[in-house]
Design a protein. Structure first.
Length: 151
């Protein structure tokens, strides 16, 4: 978005949705407040939200996404856990995508978990498989998303 477009948007004279075509977004997240934030942020786009590893696998196998956002901890038992539970966390989806190079090749993958250790394991798994993936803590997502998909 150029300077004039940003100015018109700030003055309320330009629609925020007029800058780009809708995109398709996949979100693996269990926190309702974050889900609501994503719904507002990607208003006008196609957004699939899941909090379950098997449902996530199914959607990633059957649909195409421009962007994939992954959380690590998906159930309350994961918060502050000292042992990893790779089969029921976002790590399972990172591993799934790493093992399936044919799936979602052009999607931008961002891990947004507050669990930095879990998030970095996910990113490393994806990168070892040749995937582009980034760890962006949730509180920095707005700026990062604005760079990729300006409104």
């Amino acid at each position: 978005m150029g300077l004039i477009g940003r100015l018109l948007h700030k003055l309320g004279l330009a629609s925020p949705d007029s800058e780009r075509h809708p995109i398709s977004v996949f979100l693996l997240e269990d926190d309702q407040r974050r889900c609501e934030w994503f719904v507002k942020r990607f208003k006008g786009d196609h957004l699939d939200i899941v909090d379950d590893v098997s449902e996530a696998r199914e959607l990633l196998e059957t649909r195409s996404y421009d962007s994939i956002f992954l959380d690590h901890d998906l159930i309350p038992e994961h918060y502050g856990a000292t042992e990893s539970d790779d089969e029921r966390t976002g790590y399972a989806i990172a591993s799934f995508l790493a093992g399936r190079p044919d799936l979602q090749r052009s999607a931008t993958i961002m891990v947004h978990s507050f669990n930095a250790d879990g998030a970095m394991r996910m990113v490393e798994e994806l990168r070892r498989a040749g995937r582009q993936a980034e760890y962006i803590p949730f509180h920095f997502l707005e700026d990062r998303i604005r760079n990729f998909w300006p409104r």
